[in-house]
Design a protein around this ligand. Structure first.
Ligand SMILES: Cc1ncc(COP(=O)(O)O)c(C=O)c1O
Length: 394
């Protein structure tokens, strides 16, 4: 049997970028290495500290890239999941009595599980707004709003269907009704232009290791008004250390303990890379390559494609008569094509698509070449054609 493709990355066609992007730009790898070349001094914490302040650099990069300040309103965390937990629990801690919260069937477990936990504890009642053709309509959100609705949490881009939601329209409706709006930008940050100076969101979550080309274990959030969220973590900040209570200043209100300095150095370099490539150029290339793959796959009569016109570089499909994990395994072993199979941590999407059977997901990045798209499409078509002829002979 041929070796697993991970053993030889140069022979692998990596199409699992929605999980975590690979390869990383040379500048990111260099920043990661350089950050370890000398000891890091947390600013203000260490005598004689004048080393690079990687946290501040990351915050400056985020502020510029997303066009939203002040810098201290950017909080660095472990990842998008961590950020969503801090924001959801932290916002609801400030709401008196049980309230109503809205989310969508497109959302990831990083949104759903904190909300279902709140519901289990009797602190919220939850409405899950369905989607149609991969889109959550602003009207459906409007219809879900009740007098006691205090919060809506939703993903900007679907990690299964690659659709981008109309955050502008939804945010305007929510704000007219006084509803706080948390947006999960894990799949949009770095893939499409996101101007937080204009979008009506109260909190925006990003992850470092996908479209921003940083490393796993980095992410964070932007808070328009820090007073609306209660800290969920307490500990050392290197400031006001005589106080036994958490400082209320930003960013110390939410950032505790020793930061992931190498990860933040990599994040700043990743953002610089995306900035120089340009999100418009990144989105245009992604759209062209994704459309090509979909058009090729659609030539096989036994191909089930769940997203014919995605906005993000994601293709979700099944081959009729085959399990998605078998397809993924064959693609990896026989062709070196790395996909992601199963439910993609988004169970409600899959329930809507096909009763929860899951599918195969291909996800591209700026580094995906046209040749890789061609080879992957050919490989998938060959697997489908073989399945088709095996079925017709049976
Ligand atoms: C839409 C969405 N939200 C949240 C997450 C969680 O991201 P992280 O791995 O940074 O916690 C993901 C990643 O898989 C995602 O696709």
């Amino acid at each position: 049997m041929s070796p697993m493709p991970e053993e030889n990355p140069s022979e692998m066609i990596y199409l699992n970028n929605a999980a975590t992007s690979w390869p990383k730009p040379p500048g990111v790898r260099a920043a990661l290495g350089d950050s370890l070349a000398r000891p890091v001094f947390g600013s203000g914490r260490t005598a004689g500290s004048q080393g690079d302040d990687f946290v501040t650099q990351a915050r400056e990069a985020l502020t510029r890239f997303f066009n939203a300040g002040p810098e201290e309103n950017w909080i660095c965390t472990h990842n998008a999941t961590d950020s969503l937990n801090m924001l959801i629990h932290g916002f609801l801690a400030g709401v008196e009595g049980p309230c109503h919260v809205i989310t969508t069937a497109l959302d990831h477990n990083s949104v759903l599980r904190p909300l279902y936990e709140q519901e289990k504890q009797g602190r919220i009642s939850l409405t899950v707004v369905p989607f149609e053709n991969a889109i959550v309509s602003p009207d459906a959100v409007l219809n879900a709003i009740r007098l006691d609705t205090r919060l809506m949490v939703m993903s900007h881009g679907s990690n299964v269907l690659g659709s981008v939601q109309d955050i502008q329209a939804i945010g305007e409706i929510l704000h007219e009704h006084g509803v706080y709006f948390i947006v999960d930008g894990a799949q949009t940050a770095g893939h499409i232009p996101v101007d937080l100076g204009k979008l009506p969101v109260d909190a925006y979550v990003f992850t470092g290791h996908k479209g921003l080309f940083g490393v796993p274990g980095t992410g964070g959030f932007y808070l328009r008004d820090p007073d609306r969220v209660t800290p969920m973590r307490f500990g050392g900040t290197g400031t006001d250390s005589f106080s036994l209570f958490q400082p209320q200043e930003m960013p110390e209100k939410f950032e505790v303990g020793t930061p992931n300095y190498p990860g933040l150095a990599a994040l700043a370099a990743g953002i610089a890379f995306v900035g120089s490539a340009g999100t418009n150029a990144i989105a245009a290339k992604a759209e062209r390559q994704t459309a090509y793959i979909i058009q090729e796959l659609a030539k096989e009569s036994n191909m089930i494609i769940y997203n014919m016109t995605p906005h993000l570089p994601i293709v979700a499909f099944n081959i009729a008569g085959m399990e998605n994990d078998d397809v993924g395994f064959i693609l990896a072993r026989a062709y070196g094509v790395i996909s992601r199979i199963g439910l993609h941590c988004a169970p409600l999407v899959h329930q809507t698509l096909n009763g929860g059977n899951g599918c195969v997901r291909l996800s591209l990045s700026w580094f995906t070449t046209d040749e890789e798209c061609r080879a992957a499409a050919n490989a998938i078509r060959e697997v489908a054609a073989n399945a088709h002829s095996a079925l017709s002979q049976a």
